[in-house]
Design a protein around this ligand. Structure first.
Ligand code: SF4
Length: 240
């Protein structure tokens, strides 16, 4: 797929599969991609310890290291593991930066889906679900990026599946993809999460905090009807 220039290794938490992460970066470079890693740096117990974890990435010439450094990931730990890892990364010459999400009541950083929809929405300002008429964050018709999970499933947005790379190549998948005819992306493209609710005859719970919140609640309801399009189970807080 000629438009794909970069491969990023994100979470969950990619350091949980540390040897595979290193090998993935090596292979991505071998195929001419630039690379990036996003981690919460749970593994950094001191700057010296973090240097041991990160030295192989410097040797592999990792492109960018982004570290999640906010209370969602580290509570009130001071210094945070991410700040220890950043100091180690600086010593090793690894470039990158931090991802710092604001508190949920700012409503401008947290995407309320997955655990965020379940655990962070209580008490926040809400709006009628019919106002959620567009997707704010993903271009579902002509995506500039896709996510590939450890099962080989390709996601447009987390939990919205385009196909399975264990069955076909990404090039073939994209060539035959018809997002407007997709039972999930089609309604989202026509009228956002509100259309997803209306076109499938769902009764959404009131109120919702954001478009992503409604989208996630609707997809939870639809998951059993469209198992090929909505998964894997873990993204929806389920085990099967
Ligand atoms: S959760 Fe739904 S509304 Fe939010 S970015 Fe993803 S597809 Fe768009």
């Amino acid at each position: 797929v000629p438009t794909v220039k970069e491969v990023w290794f994100e979470g969950g938490e990619p350091f949980l599969v540390y040897p595979l992460l290193l090998e993935g970066i090596r292979l991505a470079h071998e195929h001419g991609f630039t690379t990036g890693v996003v981690s919460n740096a749970y593994w950094a117990e001191s700057v010296e310890d973090a240097e041991l974890w990160l030295r192989p990435f410097a040797e592999l010439r990792l492109g960018t290291l982004l570290l999640s450094d906010d209370p969602y990931h580290h509570g009130d730990r001071d210094p945070s593991p991410a700040s220890l890892a950043r100091e180690a990364a600086n010593r090793l010459g690894l470039g990158g930066g931090e991802i710092c999400l604001p508190p949920p009541d700012r409503l401008d950083g947290v995407r309320f889906r997955g655990r965020a929809a379940d655990r962070l929405t209580e008490g926040l300002p809400s709006a009628p679900w019919r106002e959620m008429t567009s997707c704010p964050d993903e271009d579902l018709r002509d995506p500039e990026r896709v996510h590939v999970d450890p099962f080989g499933l390709v996601h447009g947005c987390q939990g919205i599946l385009l196909g399975d790379l264990t069955r076909e190549s990404l090039a073939d998948l994209l060539a035959r993809d018809e997002p407007d005819r997709d039972p999930i992306r089609g309604p989202l493209l026509r009228g956002g999460p509100a259309a997803l609710v209306e076109e499938h005859g769902l009764e959404p719970p009131e109120p919702v905090v954001s478009a992503c919140h409604l989208c996630y609640l609707a997809r939870q309801e639809l998951r059993e009807r469209f198992p090929e399009r909505l998964g894997p189970a873990g993204v929806y807080g389920a085990t099967s």
